[in-house]
Design a protein around this ligand. Structure first.
Ligand SMILES: O=C(O)CCC(=O)C(=O)O
Ligand SMILES: [Fe+2]
Length: 278
């Protein structure tokens, strides 16, 4: 490729994208997505950024590796003055049952902050007809990152516990289950074979771990089951289940078992391999 064939707009875009902190491998990927060939992209980038072709070549081979969470170690992880007990550990899949991840007060406060927002989303959705749809109550709501001091404190605790930056987290999701409601067996990682995979992973990349926090103790039922290893974690107010997985990890199959009596409130934090928040 001849230097004269690099259009000024492209040159400018490469320079500004690189200056804004974009990695070489991401830059190359973007060029490829825009329709440039691999060899052509490497040549252009090497020339515009004035880098040896070998450097650009190495970046194009390097698989963009994301972060991984650090699994909490038994018996206790102390974060500031808050002690989280690691009550159960399994290796395949990696599961940790975390007692006292949230204080009882934090559980109540989270439910209180979420409740009016659940109600509000209902009225918007019924389009003025004031109909109630029982199934919608289990759909929950999302908090924005750091939205309230309470959310910020919980997100910081998860960050310290798992050694993953706050901006790798999706907004905290609150779910409310009523008797009979459940979350059928599923994986939290996105399936690369599904259409839409590149859209859901465009920001933040793949999910790598989940923390499901129990905000109340259902009277009966409502545990989180890992059927491939025959484990059911009891939903207990203040406790949580943390599990980590690689893409395609079938053992991480899990389900929110039907609530048989009472109700169930959870807060879920999904973590991504790369920054998800701007
Ligand atoms: O309700 C549960 O126990 C599981 C929730 C869950 O799997 C999720 O939020 O991804
Ligand atoms: Fe899940």
């Amino acid at each position: 490729m001849n230097q004269h064939t690099i259009r000024p707009e492209l040159r400018e875009w490469i320079l500004s994208t690189s200056r804004s902190g974009c990695s070489l491998s991401d830059l190359l990927k973007m060029l490829k997505d825009a329709g440039y060939g691999g060899e052509q992209s490497r040549q252009i980038v090497a020339r515009v950024l004035n880098l040896p072709l070998a450097t650009v070549m190495a970046a194009s081979k390097a698989k963009a590796v994301g972060l991984r969470t650090r699994h909490p170690q038994a018996p206790v992880q102390t974060i500031g003055d808050h002690a989280v007990r690691v009550a159960v550990s399994t290796d395949a899949p990696v599961v940790r049952v975390l007692e006292n991840l949230l204080t009882l007060q934090e559980c109540d406060d989270l439910v209180a902050e979420a409740k009016p927002r659940l109600a509000r989303s209902l009225t918007v959705d019924v389009d003025g007809r004031h109909q109630t749809d029982e199934r919608r109550t289990s759909q929950g709501m999302f908090f924005r990152i750091g939205e309230t001091p309470l959310i910020e404190r919980i997100e910081q605790r998860i960050t310290d516990l798992l050694a993953i930056p706050v901006n790798h987290g999706e907004g905290l999701q609150i779910l409310h289950y009523q008797p009979g409601q459940e979350y059928e067996p599923h994986f939290d990682w996105f399936n690369p074979d599904q259409p839409g995979f590149s859209t859901v992973t465009a920001r933040g990349g793949q999910r790598i771990a989940s923390v499901v926090m129990y905000l109340n103790t259902p009277e009966e039922g409502g545990g989180t089951a890992f059927p491939r290893i025959g484990l059911t974690v009891t939903a207990m107010r203040g406790s949580a289940v943390y599990f980590a997985y690689d893409t395609g990890d079938e053992a991480s199959l899990h389900a929110g078992l039907p609530v048989l009596k009472g109700e169930k409130w959870i807060a879920t934090k999904w973590l991504r391999e790369r920054p998800y928040q701007a």
